[in-house]
Design a protein around this ligand. Structure first.
Ligand code: NDP
Length: 485
């Protein structure tokens, strides 16, 4: 039985006269300006796009839930983690980093893994990546790093020479570049990769004890990657392969799942830990801080509308509920400013009122009005303090989770070095102790293919030196295959 479709209307809800004919003076005459229906259709079309994200432009996402499976109340008072079996709804957006909106999903790139938990105490965003470390450790280098991954100013082309020029002049990148050039740089799908907070964050329990923590979302599907050749072929055959894979899996009720494991460091141990625990280019070896299972994350519902949910979703690492806090990681400090700022630019001052971003907890804020505001506080006082029943802050429940800083002169400092800090020690451990023979073989092939695609002769010797610093034999293999002595 066919169902009658609804009548087309204007955006004001008024029935439209035609889906196909403009208002004209006779059959061959000019279109009249007072055809407001067609004029407004054109105007709206011209405004269909919001600016794409400067980074993480191409993505996909899904809804699901987080379920606590172990008691973690000894480390955090966060209510959404307060009892085994407790479930919190969430939305996850996966993405590549450097490519634009239409770019291929299988490009060699880190993957974003952003999680928005709609908790009873407000939104909690964990803006993760599929790698446990990052290319730089100070937010002042982030913009330069991203520029080097994007396009040349004159040709508008991507340029591997820029990438290797930046990396080899920034030795702190070696750990992340080792992961990126391994087959983990081309995951089989979003379902087959882990998500890492990478940053160190903090937790505080009900007794006020503080801990440094790292989040690891481990894929239950297992880590699976594409080879360089498979990724390149798929980029041409199906540029949306990862978006499609996630959608199809959820549509056939094959809900992907991740296990949340935490590394937890007692607060006092940070000072003397063998690595600077806030340096984003380093992991905490599992032998020092074994993973503690916390819960599971399941994605079981596809978006109803890609634009409204995936494109307009806006994550912010400063969204941390009571019981969760920051750390002195200098990259994290930068992200705390930058994420909110980019959403203000991209979507507007009231981006947190959009359904995908709106908390499920009640909002009682003194921020008001602005473009497209539709949530209002009614007759609530517009200033604090006030004596007319306006909201009052709760310093006990929402105390900022702080740390001590020694009195020092304001200046531009490198991180304090801890006993074993070195830019190459951890990528060396990854190469020598973790990778299999075939991982190592693929790493060399991937590096050589990437360098051969456009890296200039003055940069190539630095590339060889970079890999020699990770491991002498790795450097020798790269040199041999690049005919670079
Ligand atoms: P472990 O042997 O305890 O852990 C090694 C980790 O490496 C595992 O978490 C594994 O992740 C991951 N891994 C396995 N193969 C690869 C690969 N080809 N590329 C990237 N990561 C891989 O060793 P340590 O904790 O002592 O760390 C040794 C090195 O392992 C580090 O220097 C770092 O490069 C890497 N690593 C460490 C992590 C950590 O948090 N400690 C996290 C990820 C990598 P999985 O089990 O999910 O497959």
């Amino acid at each position: 039985m066919s169902v009658e479709p609804p009548v087309t209307t204007t955006d004001a809800g008024i029935p439209a006269a035609s889906d196909e004919f403009s208002l004209t003076v006779g059959a061959g005459g000019p279109t009249v300006l007072h055809d407001h229906y067609v004029v407004q259709k054109m105007q709206h079309f011209n405004r269909e796009r919001v600016p794409e994200r400067v980074v993480h432009a191409k993505g996909g996402g899904a809804h699901g839930y987080f379920e606590v499976t172990e008691d973690v109340t000894q480390w955090t008072k966060a209510r959404f983690l307060s009892g085994v079996g407790k479930r919190t709804p969430l939305f996850v957006r996966f993405s590549t980093v450097a490519g634009e909106l239409g770019s291929p999903d299988t490009a060699r790139d880190p993957r974003g893994f952003a999680i928005k938990l709609y908790t009873e105490e407000g939104n909690c965003d964990l803006v993760c990546n599929n790698t446990p470390v990052f290319f730089v450790r100070d937010a002042s280098k982030f913009q330069d790093f991203i520029h080097s991954q994007k396009r040349m100013p004159d040709t508008g082309l991507r340029d591997n020479n820029m990438q290797w020029d930046f990396w080899t002049l920034s030795p702190e990148s070696a750990h992340q570049v080792t992961v990126l050039m391994s087959d983990r740089g081309t995951p089989r799908s979003w379902r087959h990769m882990n998500g890492y907070s990478s940053h160190t964050y903090s937790w505080i329990n009900a007794a006020g004890e503080r801990f440094w923590v790292k989040y690891h979302f481990k894929t239950v599907q297992g880590v699976e990657n594409l080879t360089d050749a498979q990724a390149k072929a798929l980029a041409g055959e199906d540029p949306d392969a990862h978006r499609r894979d996630l959608w199809d899996a959820i549509a056939r009720a094959d809900a992907p799942e991740w296990r949340l494991e935490m590394q937890i460091m007692p607060f006092e141990e940070a000072a003397d830990y063998r690595f600077n625990p806030f340096d984003l280019t380093k992991v905490w070896p599992h032998s020092d801080y074994p993973a503690v299972t916390v819960g599971r994350m399941v994605l079981d519902r596809n978006p109803e509308n890609h634009f409204a949910e995936v494109e307009q979703s806006a994550f912010d690492p400063s969204n941390l509920v009571p019981g969760l806090g920051l750390s002195p990681d200098k990259m994290l400090m930068g992200r705390i400013f930058s994420y909110h700022d980019t959403h203000l630019h991209r979507i507007g001052a009231n981006y947190q009122q959009l359904p995908i971003n709106a908390p499920q907890a009640a909002v009682h804020s003194y921020n008001k009005d602005g473009p497209m505001a539709y949530r209002h506080a009614g007759s609530q006082p517009v200033y604090a303090p006030n004596s007319y029943g306006g909201p009052k802050a709760d310093p006990d429940r929402a105390a900022d989770l702080g740390w001590w800083v020694e009195a020092a002169e304001i200046g531009r400092y490198a991180y304090e070095k801890h006993a074993e800090d070195d830019d190459f020690v951890q990528p060396r451990a990854l190469y020598r102790d973790v990778m299999s023979d075939s991982d190592r073989e693929h790493l060399v092939t991937n590096i050589v293919n990437h360098v051969k695609a456009g890296v200039k002769s003055d940069v190539v010797p630095r590339v060889v030196e970079y890999w020699r610093n990770v491991d002498a034999d790795l450097g020798a293999q790269v040199a041999k295959q690049l005919n670079a002595g």
